[in-house]
Design a protein around this ligand. Structure first.
Ligand code: ZN
Length: 299
């Protein structure tokens, strides 16, 4: 590893020598790594996410042992302040996760590494960046990365830029048409039957009495799941016009899920969006578990 102690204020001439760190903060696990702007992970450490203070202290301690950090990219769960210049920038907003509401990730990193450049994004935005540069949407500038797990979220790359809006996209809370004959009430505490309420991992478990990975490949549950996701993707297609949609997260690993969703999307699109819906359109991630940390390094 290149030793960079003492180079912190030397400037752009030594960019190649600066130590770059990435942190992926997930609801259950955290990954901290050092590596390159191209997304090469040189060394990483995974550990369980606890409170904001404990988790960040652990990550900072690990990085300090490795030298002087000059650039830090963070991909974090949300809701998260991602707009610079606002008081909430770099802070977790109102989250039920214990010890995180109001916690400033950027503040903790700024105190630990004064002068280091810190960039923070949602975990899904970090993942879409990594997949667009190195993974399943390599070379494309208009890409969406959807994750289906405990919740549903999406990171949007549009014209090569990560989309924020006033907060950041909350794709999971999109209202989707109910599948005919579907009497499930939905699990979202705010909206009941929004996309997340109808199709997240916990929704599948509540609906069918078993988690997604236990449903057989031919279980009717996958038709239901593809129905809701295809409607969600149709909305993305109509609004942000992605060239490819990546669906990751635990639930998406079921065999044939992407093809099923893409086929249904084709029917729903009904011949519209002629230059967009080119196969393969709905695809699994290529970087798997690494997308988040690779994207964080790239930030
Ligand atoms: Zn909702």
């Amino acid at each position: 590893m290149v030793v960079v102690k003492g180079l912190a204020d030397v400037g752009v001439g030594v960019v190649g020598c600066s130590m770059r760190a990435g942190i992926e903060l997930g609801g259950t696990k955290t990954v901290v790594a050092i590596g390159t702007a191209e997304g090469v992970v040189e060394e990483e450490w995974r550990f369980p996410t606890t409170t904001g203070e404990e988790t960040m202290a652990a990550a900072i301690g690990w990085l300090r042992e490795r030298g002087v950090v000059e650039k830090i990219g963070v991909g974090a769960f949300g809701p998260l302040g991602v707009n610079r210049g606002r008081g909430s920038y770099g802070c977790l907003l109102d989250t039920p996760k214990a010890g995180w509401a109001g916690f400033s990730i950027v503040g903790a990193l700024g105190d630990a590494f004064p002068g280091a450049g810190v960039e923070i994004e949602t975990d899904v935005n970090a993942a879409v960046l990594a997949e667009a540069r190195l993974g399943a949407a390599r070379g494309l500038e208009d890409v969406v990365y959807i994750t289906i797990g405990t919740g549903i979220g999406a990171g949007i790359l549009s014209g090569g830029r990560l989309v924020h809006g006033g907060l950041h996209p909350e794709f999971g809370h999109l209202k989707v048409p109910r599948m005919e004959g579907d009497g499930f009430v939905g699990l979202c505490p705010f909206h009941g039957d929004c996309l997340e309420g109808m199709a997240s991992g916990p929704a599948i478990a509540a609906r069918w009495g078993m988690p997604g990975h236990e449903l057989g490949v031919d279980h009717a549950g996958w038709e239901t799941e593809a129905w809701y996701l295809a409607h969600g993707v149709l909305a993305l297609l109509a609004i942000v016009s992605p060239k490819r949609v990546i669906i990751g997260g635990g639930v998406s690993q079921a065999e044939g899920f992407h093809a099923k969703t893409e086929a249904l999307l084709g029917k729903l699109a009904a011949g519209y969006f002629p230059n967009l819906l080119e196969t393969p359109y709905v695809v699994p991630p290529a970087l798997g578990q690494q997308a988040g940390i690779v994207g964080a390094l790239m930030l």
